[in-house]
Ligand binder design. Sequence first.
Ligand code: PMV
Length: 348
Amino acid sequence: MNKQNTKESGCISITAPSNIAIVKYWGKKEIQLPVNPSISFTLKNALTKTQVFYKHNTSQNKVSFQFLFNETPNKVFEKKLITFFDRIEHMVPWIKHYHFDIHSTNTFPHSSGIASSASSYAALALFIKELHKIVTGTIMYDKDCSNIARIGSGSASRSIYGGWNTWGKSESYPESNDNYAININNTIHPNFNNIIDSILIVSNTSKKVSSTVGHQLMENHPYKEGRIHQANENTAKLAETLSQGDWNTFIEICELEALSLHGLMMSSTPSYTLLEPNSLAIIQKIREFREETGLQLGFTIDAGPNIHVLYPSLNKIEIQEFINSQLKPLCHKQTVIHDEIGEGPQIM
Ligand code: PMV
């Protein structure tokens, strides 16, 4: 943080990472509360960098701001931010007397299958936490910061911490809560501390159906109750697996969750598919390679066609050789983004 920052004006820069869920949040209730618990790990290289110039203005009674993405106004996100600031005002009432000039960039390409809303809202929530300290002289709890991020985008609640995180009430984690995410690094076996995520870009076109619509379609989904039950069971199983260090069960849960998410999309009304023929070809090849070699690698998929290949860094050489020779040719412009578990956001 800049030494010259005062209550009156200043500039705060935050770098916040995206995350990838293993147990997926799919379906919401009320304002952005999850219908089921989720578990994710935070990425290292997929980051949103947000710089905010702030200015105090006593004559103003509503937060005002300008938002630039890559130095260009983004009307769609600006509209979402108006709602976001409205919804969090009661938590940080001082905010209404401020003007923000927000400059944001991502280190990863648009529509790459990496959730930019997670890193963007995590960065904004952390900025608010920093300014809260300057304005009120008190330190905001992490859970309140995660709650603010959650109000922007559910998955963002998990991006304010590094490593492994869970959001949504579950029996496996007594401290867990629907309003905010908690860090679970102290429950994780070292086998899951060095996990690599190689993201295979099957297509870089924008999603035909947004996650917002996907969540809505869960409201009257015929498998809604079954899904909630399944997600709770998978959370319990994953919690145990992560603490015991068992990669084989981890892969089973990962793939089941990924394909269940896409199965729910295919069985929504209206139904839709986000997977591409090459997504399925890649899945097939991963499973064959695992069968042949006995190596520990599996996949997960977010709400899009791109495949995240997950494996321990121990097997990096063999698995990246396989990715380069067998999977890369099935990717859009042979694009693969190598990422890994990361340590979380940074405040400059
Ligand atoms: O946070 P949202 O509203 O973008 O939804 C994210 C949903 C998934 O990425 C599919 C799963 C998850 O838990 O991150």
